[in-house]
Design a protein around this ligand. Structure first.
Ligand SMILES: *Cc1c(COP(=O)(O)O)cnc(C)c1O
Length: 418
């Protein structure tokens, strides 16, 4: 499969039925697996044999989906999680403990800001926010010997800033740290962060990967490229006593990070999705390439229309020439910038709310990346917990409306009277 193009991998990746087996990936709705001998199961518990032992740790339906997503991103392994939040949490905590810190771009998803700045803080993990206007020298001041990783989003939700992945991956690598990229909005169809030096990719599969607003889920993908044996990551290079002294870098090689995330963090936190979720996301992935193309095409049309409309104060879409991130978008998102746009309605907060209440085709929902066009007012909903300063750092103004342009006919979306 590795020679096929990404569209083919979306449709036919991972699950390969043998003679007479189901054409469609089965739903293995079983918590448990049967063994011929107690010894074999013992070997599984010591991670000496391959196979499934309990569905809190792994399951065949999940494994097919994980293999497909790893294939799409170009990684060595993936772990499907019960939400994007769980994916981000486990990607960070896999290598970060109390007393340590992470450095993150400030323009990221509100839920991730809460996770980092509130809940992880209570666990003794500090987050240090940096902004793209800081020079590398300034950003480096936030890195010290307890820093574990740099985090950013390819296309930030909802600020829509485009991450200079290569710049921050280089910065991280100069300090012996991995770069973790949340690639939710771009998906591997529009951008593959590993090609620019990212080491770990995370997704909320709830968004475009599902694409139909049906399944909450997330995924962590390991590029297999980071050298964990640089002296900074003993948790991956020294024996894990909870597995009779397994050493992840020795026993799992390039897949050390994702193996540890699964057998240690998934084992202990248990944020495992169901087999049915894996089945549904897998079906959705079969059309991911088509959907991303249409979402992007429609969004650019809607963004151009709004830009020429006198009731609209400003429009932000990375592939508009007027976007401050246009050059970055051209570099990282040449095939399209996904379906999410944001704009300000003239008249501020109240005008934005009135605009949304008047829409017919686009529904007000707390979601993006659905096949159906939807809108949201972040300042009064998803980001209402943020202070004004945090709002501005996250790139959000009171008049901002976030529109997730669907895959309907673009003319219908535009002519939607209000
Ligand atoms: C939605 C989202 C998340 C959180 O994912 P859930 O599946 O809702 O838990 C994380 N990062 C980004 C960029 C998102 O858009």
């Amino acid at each position: 499969m590795s020679d096929y193009k990404i569209e083919t991998k979306c449709v036919q990746g991972a699950y390969k039925p043998a003679n007479g087996e189901p054409r469609v990936m089965p739903i293995y709705q079983s918590t448990t697996y049967k063994y011929e001998s107690a010894d074999h199961l013992g070997q599984l518990f010591d991670l000496k044999a391959e196979g499934h032992m309990y569905s809190r740790i792994s399951n065949p339906s999940l494994a097919y989906l994980e293999d497909k997503i790893a294939m799409l991103e170009g990684g060595v392994g993936a772990m499907f999680t019960s939400s994007g939040q769980a994916a981000n949490m486990m990607a960070v905590l896999n290598i970060t403990s109390s007393g340590q810190n992470i450095v993150s771009l400030s323009s990221i998803y509100g839920g991730t800001i809460n996770l980092f700045a509130v809940t992880m803080k209570r666990m003794g993990v500090e987050v240090r926010f940096i902004t793209p206007d800081m020079s590398d020298e300034e950003a480096e001041k936030y890195i010290d010997e307890n820093t574990r990783l740099i985090f950013g989003e390819t296309i930030a939700n909802p600020a829509l800033t485009v991450l200079d992945i290569k710049r921050y991956a280089d910065l991280a690598h100069r300090h012996g740290l991995p770069m973790v990229v949340d690639n939710t909005f771009a998906t591997p169809i529009l951008c593959k962060p590993f090609e620019y030096g990212a080491d770990i990719v995370v997704h909320s599969t709830t968004k475009y990967m599902d694409g139909h607003a049906q399944v909450v889920g997330g995924v962590v993908v390991d590029s297999g490229n980071f050298n964990w044996e640089n002296g900074k990551f003993p948790e991956l290079c020294e024996p894990d006593e909870s597995y009779h002294g397994v050493v992840y870098t020795k026993d799992f090689g390039k897949a050390a990070f994702i193996a540890k995330a699964r057998v240690q963090l998934m084992r202990d936190f248990g944020s495992i999705p169901t087999a049915i979720s894996a089945f549904m996301v897998n079906t959705s992935l079969e059309t991911l390439h088509l959907r991303m193309e249409r979402h992007s095409e429609n969004a650019l049309k809607v963004a151009r229309f709004l830009e020429s409309n006198e009731k609209i104060g400003w429009v932000n879409y990375p592939l508009l020439e007027s976007s401050p991130d246009y050059a970055l978008a051209k570099k990282y998102l040449p095939k399209g910038a996904s379906g999410v746009i944001s704009f300000g309605v003239k008249g501020g907060r109240q005008a934005a709310v009135k605009f949304m209440d008047s829409l017919k085709l686009a529904a007000i929902v707390v979601h993006v990346a659905d096949a159906r066009t939807s809108v949201l007012h972040p300042a009064s909903t998803t980001h209402r917990q943020l202070t004004d300063e945090q709002l501005i750092n996250a790139g959000i103004t009171p008049d901002l409306v976030r529109m997730s342009v669907g895959i309907e006919n673009a003319d219908d979306i535009i002519e939607n009277p209000y």
